[in-house]
Design a binder for this molecule. Structure first.
Ligand code: ZN
Length: 390
């Protein structure tokens, strides 16, 4: 069960921790603060708080406030130009996963020439190596789900080709992550659920992939426990800070899971949904396919049965004896969070798209299919999409 644990991030966690930003060693003299194109980061006062902290630390800043909910190449290139024009020497991602992933991609492009897609591996990406080291990155999440504050990866969409792909390298690990559950208390219930399930699936996918990894097992089971037992409470009462803290912890743990190990193909299967229909939040897409996906894995892979029972127990089903108890626990949690009836058809998806989705999943994130414990054929993928369709 070998592993390499190398997460080079100063990880500051806990309620009120954003107030400690000015005491941290910051990696430059002028920050580009990357926030979403929505209103919430300003309206909730989080941008003011971070600006105030930087002022206390004697650090100058500029703001880039045009990151889309599903970031696209243009956002990255505009942000990189903004960093250069303002002479920024590091980047702060403040907000949900999109702001932080966007900040990482901007950090890559600010000191480098060409187009972001030149540096993407796989699909239509150019596969080039970055000539210059990315700017240092600070991550301050205001949602609990992606775990991107503790991994090196970034997800950006190429609108021209409908490819939603991963990028990044060891140099896009944030140097500092401030995870403050207080910043998450304003997330509405629906999004709390979508994001929390994303965190859950980062750990469940890793726990059932084909690698053996003691560190991953420890991190993933603790994350599954923390989401499984607290997400419904965080959805019911956004001010339940004990529940928020556990879900935030789970999200960061799941980020660590992705740094010491990998996912499997559930994430590959979701990406076409939100690449072709960008209004689908990533977590909602995962929820839509999860029941059929994990049922397929239980039915076709006896070698995973003990692992499914472990996960059912972690989620709070202490008396779990059957692998399908995990799927029951999963659906129960979706009901408790009010997201058990998400419909693909509400987002304009039609079953005619499923063969295209299956193709896209393989060309853009084929690597994750290699992580699966059993081989999934194109027919299997269409079958899972079809079983998920409402
Ligand atoms: Zn995810």
């Amino acid at each position: 069960m070998p592993f390499t644990f190398n997460i080079p991030t100063n990880f500051v966690f806990g309620p009120g921790s954003v107030q400690k930003l000015h005491k941290q060693r910051l990696p430059g003299k002028k920050a580009l603060i990357v926030i979403s194109s929505g209103k919430s980061t300003r309206a909730n006062g989080y941008l003011d708080t971070v600006q105030d902290q930087l002022t206390q630390a004697g650090v100058d800043f500029a703001v880039f406030d045009k990151m889309a909910a599903n970031p696209v190449i243009d956002n990255v290139m505009d942000g990189a130009a903004c960093a250069r024009e303002n002479g920024c020497d590091f980047v702060i991602g403040l907000g949900g996963g999109s702001s932080i992933d966007g900040a990482k991609a901007i950090a890559m492009m600010a000191p480098n020439e060409g187009n972001y897609w030149d540096y993407i591996y796989g699909g239509t990406g150019g596969g080039q190596k970055l000539k210059n080291k990315p700017l240092p990155i600070v991550a301050i999440p205001t949602t609990a789900g992606t775990g991107t504050e503790l991994d090196a990866w970034t997800i950006i969409t190429n609108e021209a080709t409908n490819e939603k792909m991963s990028g990044g390298n060891r140099n896009t690990f944030p140097v500092l992550a401030i995870v403050d559950p207080d910043l998450m208390s304003t997330v509405p219930p629906k999004f709390t659920a979508y994001q929390g399930f994303d965190a859950l699936f980062h750990s469940t996918e890793s726990y059932i992939n084909k690698t053996k990894n003691l560190m991953r097992d420890m991190l993933a089971l603790r994350a599954i426990e923390a989401v499984g037992r607290n997400l419904a409470r965080a959805c019911e009462d956004g001010k339940d800070m004990a529940a928020r803290e556990q879900v935030a912890f789970a999200s960061s743990l799941s980020g660590m899971v992705m740094s010491v190990d990998n996912l499997c193909s559930e994430h590959s299967m979701e990406h076409p949904l939100s690449a072709y229909h960008p209004e689908i939040p990533h977590g909602a897409g995962l929820i839509m396919i999860s029941r059929a996906y994990y049922t397929h894995m239980v039915e076709n892979c006896p070698a995973l049965h003990d692992r499914f029972i472990d996960m059912a127990k972690a989620m709070g089903k202490e008396d779990a004896k059957e692998p399908m108890d995990f799927v029951t626990a999963l659906v129960d949690l979706q009901k408790a969070c009010g997201v058990d009836d998400l419909k693909m058809s509400d987002y304009g998806i039609t079953p005619e798209e499923f063969p295209t989705f299956a193709q896209n999943a393989r060309t853009t994130m084929g690597i994750l299919f290699k992580m699966d414990r059993i081989e999934l054929t194109d027919e299997d993928l269409v079958k899972i999409y079809t079983a998920s369709f409402k």
